[in-house]
Write a protein that binds this ligand. Sequence first.
Ligand code: CA
Length: 245
Amino acid sequence: MSRILVVEDESAIAELISINLRHAGFEVMIAATAEQAQAAVDGVLPDLVILDWMLPGQSGLALAKRWRSDARTREMPVIMLTARADESDKVAGLDAGADDYLTKPFSTNELMARIRSVLRRKAPEALDSAVEVGPLKIDPATRRVTRVIDGEVREVKLGATEFRLLHFFMTHPERVHSRSQLLDRVWGDHVFIEERTVDVHVKRLREALGPVQCAPMIETVRGAGYRLTGQAEAMLMAAAKALSA
Ligand code: CA
């Protein structure tokens, strides 16, 4: 389930947003100040933040800037809310690193549409769309992982953590992810879990992918972390051909 942090000091607005988000299947955390928001993010990295510009104390704008300058939160999607409608304010918000910008009052439908659009662009693992990489297909809606071999659909059985891990890999293919990034994005917590936990689950994931010949898609990148590649099959076939030639 995707986690959304709502940072808004007006409790009526925060409640309205969170009711709609929960209804749409999101898990919601609420923070009323920049300090509370930072504490929430320090604990568990959300999939997306809805951030009000006008907060008591530190402003939402300053908070967005701080998050963009920190490696851990740099990629965290942020949608900024504001009562201001000035074009210059919008530019300032986007300059501070907001991915999108909504002026109050806004309709719930518009907010939900913006959230889906930002997630599709920046955190596709938080959405339920089916994804294909190389020969492998994952469908979060049905929780199925499949590969077609000789015209037959073969299903891969995965535990909950391995499923989330594979889903994250497949929505961010060909990129190297460090163990701490994986803890943040897959487990949602970088503090309380040891990095070797990642290795344990990667090993289980490879074992589960073995029967459908997809284990080589998960590559270990020495000194850096792990990567999922859709090119592995082509490479393996080339290697097999070279051997048999
Ligand atoms: Ca406010």
